[in-house]
Ligand binder design. Structure first.
Ligand code: WTA
Length: 632
C-alpha cells in the first residue's frame, strides 16, 4: 500500500467564474444532499417534465436492485426534445455538427424534433416495439443521436456499439441483445480515410441470425453491398409518404430501460449495463448543469463518441435535457493539421470543452504554436474524463487552452454510474490531477478489502456508500453478475465497489489511481484484458496468452501481450505483426497491441492463476518481488 503527500498547490477559480456559478456553497448543499438524499433528488426531478409524478423517490426493497421515482410516468425524449419545441428554444441550435471533410450541418430544436419524429415513425413501421433492443453502429454523425432519440421516443431500448469495434465485437453484442433491427452508415471518416462500416456490419450479421432489418445512412459514399429484404437506405425511408412529424412520445414507466451499453469487465464477455428513462435523465442533467454550469449562451463541446457512456450522458442526453447547444465533430483531432480542434473552438465559439487526457497529451506534443494561432477566448470551462490526468497535461490544458482562466472539471465516473460522481464544481479550488470531491448525494469511501477505512493519504478501494438515480440497474440478462460484481464484496455494508483504487488526502480531495481489476484504459477506452486474450487465442499459432496494461506516455495505458505459441513454433517479427493485426481485426483497431512478447511459459500460481504482477514487473523492467506462490 502506498502513501504519498500531495502537492499543496491550490488553483482558485477566477471571480468571473465564481460569480457566474449557480452553486456558490458546495459544503452546505452537499451536507443537505447527504442528510436528505431523497429530498435532494426529488427536488431535481421536479425540474423535469413528467406525464405523472412518482409515488416513491427511492425503493430499496429489492436492493441492490434499487429503483428510483417508482410510480412515475416519464420519457427522456419529452425532456430532451419535446419540451424545448414549445418554448423560445425551438429556434435555438441543438446540434452543430462538423464532418472531418469540412461539411457542416446544424439542427435547431425544432429541426431535431422533426428528424426524431420522422425516424421514429419509420422504426414503428418496421414493427419496432416498446422494450425491444435496437443496435446502433454508426460514425459520429447527427443521425446517431437522432437514432438514439427516435428509439427512446417510441420506447425501444437502444444499444450503441462504438463504430471503432470490429466484426466479432459487434455480432456478439447484437446477439446478446437479440436485436431485430440494426442502424448503421455506409462509412465514416477517420484521418482522411473511410472506415467501411457497412461491410463490417454485413460480416457481423452473418453470425447474428436475429437481425431482420438493417437501416443504412449514406454518409461517406463508399460502395456497399445491400441485401434485398433486409437492407434499407435511411434517406429512402425518410422520404416515404408514410413518414410524418406526428409521432407521440411513448409514456414510459420511470424504471423502463432507456438503453443498454456494453462495457468491459474481468471476463471475456462484455456486460450490457442497463440504464433507465427517469433516474438517468435526472442524474445526467443535474450533474451536467451544476458541474459545467450550463447557460443558454454556452456552446458545449464534448469530444466523446456516443459509443461510450460519456457520449450518451454528456454529448446527447444531459446537454439536450438542459436545452444546450451541442457541438459534435466527426473526425480525428489532428486532421488535416494538429490545429483542427482549436480551429473548431474558434469557429463555433465553443465555451466549454470536455475531453480526455489522452487527447490533451497527444495535442500537447505538437506544441503550443498550434493552439496559439487561434482565438480560444470564448472558452470558460474545461473538462477531463476517462483516465487520470497527469499534472503536466493538466497544467498545459489550463494554461495554453484555457488561458489560465478556465477551471478544469476532472470528472471521475463510470459506465455504471451514468454520470459524474467525484468532480469539482466551477467554484472548487483545484489541485492538478485530483478529481476533488464527491458530487451531491454521494458518500465515497476509501477502504480495505474488509471495508475498514483507509487513513488519509493511503491507497484503497473506492466504494460508493449510497444509491443514486443514475446508477445502472442491472446487467442485461445477467442480474447475478451485476449483484456479485458490484455489490458482492461489501454486501454486508451495502456498498458499491467501483473497481478503482484511490487515495483521499488530508483536505478531503480524492486522487484516482486506476483499476484494481483486469480492465485497462487505452486512450480512455475501456477494454478487458480477457477480451484481448480471447481474440489472441483464436489465432491458429497461439496456445495461451496473458495481456496486461503498461503505462504509456500518451495513451495512459498500452496493451502488452505475453504469448505462448503452440509446440514447435517460434516467434518472429512477422508473427508479432500478424498477431497485432489479428487482434485489431477481431476487436477493432483501438485494441491493437503495443507489444507482443513471445514466452515459453506463463508465470502461474500452483492453483493455475496467471500472476499478472510478475508479468507487469517484467514488462516494465522492474523487480519481480515475492514469487513464493509461483508454481515453477
Ligand atoms: C476511469 C468513463 C481517473 C476509472 C466515464 C473508471 C477515471 C473507468 C476518470 C470507467 C477520471 C474515468 N480520473 N480515472 N476523471 N474518469 N476514469 O466506464 O478507472 O469507460 O473506473 O467510463 O475510467 O470507464 P468507463
Amino acid at each position: 500500500m502506498s502513501t504519498k503527500t500531495e502537492p499543496v498547490e491550490l488553483i482558485n477559480p477566477s471571480e468571473a467564474v465564481t460569480n457566474a456559478a449557480v452553486i456558490k456553497n458546495y459544503e452546505e448543499v452537499y451536507q443537505r444532499s447527504i442528510e436528505d438524499r431523497e429530498g435532494f433528488w426529488a427536488e431535481e426531478a421536479k425540474k423535469l417534465q413528467w406525464f405523472k409524478p412518482w409515488t416513491k423517490v427511492l425503493d430499496d426493497s429489492k436492493k441492490p436492485f434499487y429503483q428510483w421515482f417508482t410510480g412515475g410516468k416519464f420519457n427522456i425524449v419529452s425532456n430532451a426534445v419535446d419540451r424545448h419545441t414549445k418554448t423560445w428554444r425551438r429556434n435555438k441550435l441543438a446540434l452543430i455538427w462538423e464532418g472531418e471533410n469540412g461539411t457542416t450541418r446544424t439542427y435547431s430544436y425544432h429541426a431535431l424534433n422533426r428528424e426524431v419524429c420522422k425516424f421514429a415513425t419509420i422504426l414503428k413501421s418496421m414493427g419496432v416495439k416498446k422494450g425491444e433492443i435496437v443496435t446502433i453502429y454508426m460514425p459520429l454523425i447527427p443521425e446517431l443521436p437522432i437514432a438514439m432519440l427516435a428509439c427512446a421516443k417510441i420506447g425501444a431500448t437502444h444499444s450503441v456499439v462504438f463504430g471503432g469495434f470490429s466484426i466479432d465485437a459487434l455480432s456478439s453484442r447484437v446477439n446478446d441483445a437479440a436485436s431485430r433491427v440494426v442502424i448503421t452508415a455506409d462509412g465514416g471518416y477517420r484521418r482522411g480515410k473511410v472506415i467501411d462500416l457497412k461491410t463490417i456490419v454485413n460480416s457481423a450479421l452473418q453470425d447474428s441470425p436475429t437481425v431482420e432489418v438493417c437501416i443504412t445512412v449514406k454518409h461517406a459514399g463508399n460502395a456497399v453491398t445491400m441485401e434485398a429484404d433486409r437492407d434499407f437506405w435511411f434517406h429512402d425511408l425518410m422520404s416515404l409518404p408514410i413518414v410524418s412529424m406526428n409521432c407521440e412520445t411513448e409514456v414510459m414507466d420511470a424504471e423502463d430501460p432507456l438503453f443498454i451499453l456494453y462495457t468491459s469487465g474481468t471476463t471475456g464477455k462484455p456486460k450490457g449495463l442497463v440504464h433507465t428513462h427517469a433516474g438517468y435523465a435526472v442524474y445526467s442533467a443535474t450533474t451536467l448543469q451544476y458541474v459545467f454550469d450550463l447557460k443558454d449562451e454556452d456552446r458545449f463541446w464534448c469530444t466523446a463518441d456516443p459509443g461510450w457512456i460519456t457520449g450518451h450522458s454528456y454529448l446527447v442526453y444531459g446537454p439536450l435535457i438542459c436545452g444546450a447547444t451541442v457541438v459534435m465533430y466527426e473526425g480525428a483531432p489532428n486532421h488535416p493539421y494538429p490545429n483542427r480542434w482549436w480551429q473548431i473552438i474558434e469557429k463555433y465559439g465553443v465555451t466549454i470543452l470536455y475531453t480526455s487526457p489522452t487527447a490533451i497529451r497527444a495535442l500537447m506534443r505538437y506544441g503550443e504554436q498550434w493552439p496559439k494561432r487561434h482565438n480560444l477566448s470564448d472558452l470558460r470551462l474545461l473538462g477531463s474524463v476517462g483516465e487520470p490526468i497527469n499534472p503536466e497535461a493538466w497544467r498545459w490544458y489550463h494554461r495554453v487552452i484555457g488561458g489560465g482562466k478556465c477551471p478544469i472539471m476532472d470528472t471521475w465516473w463510470q459506465t455504471e454510474t451514468g454520470g459524474f460522481v467525484i468532480t469539482p464544481l466551477p467554484i472548487t479550488p483545484l489541485k492538478p490531477g485530483s478529481a476533488t470531491k464527491p458530487f451531491f448525494g454521494h458518500e465515497v469511501g476509501i477502504v480495505d478489502d474488509q471495508g475498514n477505512d483507509i487513513p488519509a493519504g493511503a491507497e484503497g478501494n473506492l466504494v460508493l456508500k449510497a444509491p443514486w438515480p443514475g446508477m445502472a440497474r442491472t446487467i442485461h440478462g445477467d442480474p447475478d453478475r451485476y449483484k456479485s460484481t458490484y455489490w458482492g464484496q461489501y454486501e454486508k455494508q451495502g456498498w458499491y465497489k467501483a473497481g478503482d483504487s484511490a487515495r483521499k488526502d488530508s483536505d478531503g480531495y480524492y486522487w484516482i489511481i486506476g483499476r484494481t481489476d483486469d480492465v485497462i484504459k487505452v486512450s480512455g477506452h475501456r477494454l478487458g484484458t480477457a477480451e484481448i486474450e480471447s481474440a489472441l487465442i483464436t489465432h491458429s499459432d497461439v496456445a495461451e496468452s496473458a495481456v496486461i496494461g503498461v503505462p504509456h506516455e500518451v495513451k495512459g495505458q498500452a496493451i502488452y501481450c505475453f504469448v505462448m505459441l503452440k509446440p514447435k513454433l517460434t516467434g518472429s517479427h512477422e508473427l508479432e505483426t500478424a498477431l497485432k493485426e489479428h487482434v485489431a481485426k477481431q476487436m477493432g483497431s483501438l485494441a491493437r497491441p503495443e507489444k507482443i512478447q513471445f514466452v515459453d511459459k506463463l508465470p502461474k500460481t500452483r492453483s493455475g492463476k496467471i500472476m499478472r504482477r510478475v508479468l507487469k514487473a517484467q514488462a516494465m523492467g522492474q523487480e519481480v518481488g515475492d514469487i513464493s506462490t509461483l508454481e515453477d
